[in-house]
Design a protein around this ligand. Structure first.
Ligand code: S3P
Length: 425
């Protein structure tokens, strides 16, 4: 795919469903009693991996495109799969499902693509083992494939060294099945979609500061879930609207959960003209329409408690910082190294190839903005967020930007390029 300057981006766009919420709606629907009707489900490859894993465990799931119907088997109704469960590229599928599978009365093997087989799984194996789980890395390298021998679990209080919703959710899901209460304390609050949705399904979850607490459940109950647009996908249009001169974009129905909205705050702190309109609520998740207009931007510092609330948006924010006057410091973001690619290394390499002044640090990067970028050949490393970031950067650079492996956007946003082109027309 090739990108070059466009005169402006104008129009309205409805963003596909939130990836985190879509995964959870299928998982929780599968272990609930009754039918869960999901609207706005993200038809991205990651969420389809989740559907396929639960179908292999005997759950009837009808994917009708605009609606997904999950006919749940109840908390104790999953069946032993006859094959290995393939989580594809999805860290959320692998880690959350491990929490559920640790407590079943059958054995299962989980695996995924090349990227998944390099991502750290000790972060869930350690707490789940403390709960009594038998979960092991088959190659003994702390990564998938994972062999899980389901067993009875007991509650723990886990002090997580990382602020990670995948780790927290894996433990909470295991906690549904455990004897006694389960608590997870994080250094900073990570996205709380599991807590909100589990309550919606009838579980007893509460939070105290950075601690989430769950009681064992007898049963969960299926219910309708309306999935808001994914703020992590909206971020590409937020940035594009701010960066491309003359742009004005209305991004409709975006989830603005306070554990996810860091990107809006940072855009505004950099001088970006972003307005929240029509604020409302969808299945307990706050949403809004976002109006974004081209703005002259300045650098900022991004670190500390805001990091988990914008972790997936940091590649886009780093590229945007190249178009802002002055210095932007991204720190406390070492987690970027263990995403679908090493996003610190990949961003620094690719931004440098476009002529940006950027320095890699231990836990982030420093970007000295205001220098025009030029087109380059960008290796996405098959990381969807890297591909989309550089498609947007390519709209503001001199000359042509070519993205290798551009099709990987199918993971979270299958129609991304079509939507971007529609706004450029
Ligand atoms: C996710 C949590 C985050 C995020 C990922 C989705 C989730 O990962 O980066 O894209 O749905 O729980 P971590 O839990 O590893 O921070």
């Amino acid at each position: 795919m090739k990108f070059s300057k466009v005169p402006h981006l104008k129009g309205e766009i409805t963003i596909p469903g939130d990836k985190s919420i879509s995964h959870r709606s299928v998982m929780f629907g599968s272990i609930a009693k009754g039918t869960t009707e999901i609207t706005g489900f993200l038809q991205g490859a990651d969420c389809l991996s989740t559907i396929s894993c639960f179908q292999k465990m005997g759950v009837e799931i009808e994917n009708l495109g605009s609606r997904v119907l999950v006919h749940g088997n109840g908390l104790h109704g999953l069946k032993a799969p006859s094959q290995v469960l393939d989580c594809g590229n999805s860290g959320t599928t692998t880690r959350l499902i491990s929490g559920i599978l640790s407590a079943q009365d059958f054995d299962v093997t989980l695996t995924g693509d090349e990227s998944i087989q390099k991502r750290p799984m000790k972060r869930i194996m350690t707490p789940l083992s403390q709960m009594g789980a038998d979960i092991r890395s088959i190659r003994d390298n702390g990564c998938a494939p994972l062999a899980i021998h389901g067993r009875p679990l007991h509650g723990i209080h886990y002090n997580s060294p990382v602020a990670s919703a995948q780790v927290k959710s894996a433990i909470l899901l295991a906690g549904l099945y455990a004897e006694g209460e389960t608590k997870v304390t994080e250094p900073y609050v990570s996205r709380n979609h599991s807590e909100l949705m589990l309550n919606h399904f009838g579980a007893d979850v509460r939070t105290e500061g950075t601690t989430a607490i769950i009681q064992p459940a007898r049963e969960l109950y299926g219910c309708p879930v309306s999935v808001p647009g994914d703020i992590s996908s909206a971020a590409f249009f937020l940035a594009a609207g701010l960066m491309v001169p003359g742009s004005e974009i209305l991004i409709r129905h975006v989830g603005i959960n306070p554990t996810r909205d860091g990107v809006i705050k940072v855009c505004q702190a950099m001088g970006g003209d972003v307005t929240l309109l029509n604020q409302r609520n969808d299945s307990g998740e706050p949403t809004a329409d976002l109006l974004v207009r081209h703005s002259s931007l300045h650098g900022t510092e991004i670190g500390g408690a805001i990091i988990p609330t914008l972790i997936d948006e940091l590649p886009m924010l780093a590229a945007m910082a190249c178009f802002a006057e002055g210095e932007t410091i991204i720190k406390d973001a070492a987690e970027l190294k263990v995403k679908e690619s090493n996003r610190i290394e990949v961003m620094v390499r690719n931004l440098s190839a476009m002529g940006a002044d950027v320095t890699e640090t231990e836990d982030g990067m420093i970007i000295r903005g205001g220098k025009p970028l030029h087109g380059a050949v960008i290796d996405s490393k098959l990381d969807h967020r890297i591909a989309m970031t550089f498609a947007v950067a390519g709209l503001c650079a001199e000359g042509e930007t070519e993205i290798l492996g551009a099709e990987c956007v199918k993971i979270s946003y299958p129609n991304f390029y079509e939507d971007l082109e529609m706004l450029a027309r």
